[in-house]
Write a protein that binds this ligand. Sequence first.
Ligand SMILES: [Zn+2]
Length: 305
Amino acid sequence: MTYIVLDLEWDSTYFVPEKRFINQILQIGAVKLDEQFNIIDTFEKTIKSSISKRVSGRFSSLTGITSEDMRNGIPLQEGVNLYNEWVGDGAITMTWSNSDLYTVVENQKSLLNGTKFKIEKYIDLQSFIQNEMRISGIEIKSQISLSDAAEKAGIVIDGYDMHTAKDDSIVCALILKKYYNKERFSELIKDTSKDGFFDKISYKPQFITDINDENVDKKELEFFCEICKNKLAQKSKWKYKNHCFFAVMYCENCKKKYRARISFKKTFDGIVVKKRLSVFMKRPPKITATAGENTNEMQSLSEKM
Ligand SMILES: [Zn+2]
């Protein structure tokens, strides 16, 4: 069994055919590990962009790759083919957070004409390491950066060029070696040929903004009194704000006024509905406009309630 730590460096560039910015891959870096997570081989190719002549200042200062380096690189397709040959068969590929996979999917779709990165089995190293660090008692907020993780792991990174693809991969390997747990690691391995793995990666969840959308289940728009459990009467139209629909509801039985909130999020796996009912709060009494600013504040406050 071999393991691959893949690390891509990309630059956001305007892509004329699609009239939008895309994250084009400008460096492919990876290390190959044996079963004890010793580094047995490394891979690094700088890519020549097919859509731009220069790199952004931000990219250049982050990675050390200049526009000239980029222009001296090889075409993306050639880079991916060389990478796939180098990976070989049956390896488990890891990346630090799955944002690299979003970039892989985007580049395959827009720039690679059918050529695909060879990623058979996959594991998100960031989520594995975060979990292991938490278990070992280290306090972690979500989405720890690679250099923060290295620091918390007590790995000295002074000798490495962070944000060059190869050195990032080496640091990943060192952290993994320190925190490896066979059972929990195996549980996180995903087979990318199954369950629409890459479709899921490229799917962007969206909130439904129209209450008459065909994906809105009308049954979900019913709310029930918290006291008598009767169906509430809707007293205002649904109003959309901050991903949610709001309406005033009323229980004829208890003479109680409620505020209903509901959101519909379209995800790869279906529609996720979230709903909440709260007791209707009266707006604070209107203050006569003596100080303009304060009045505005009060009004926006009462709108939020
Ligand atoms: Zn009631």
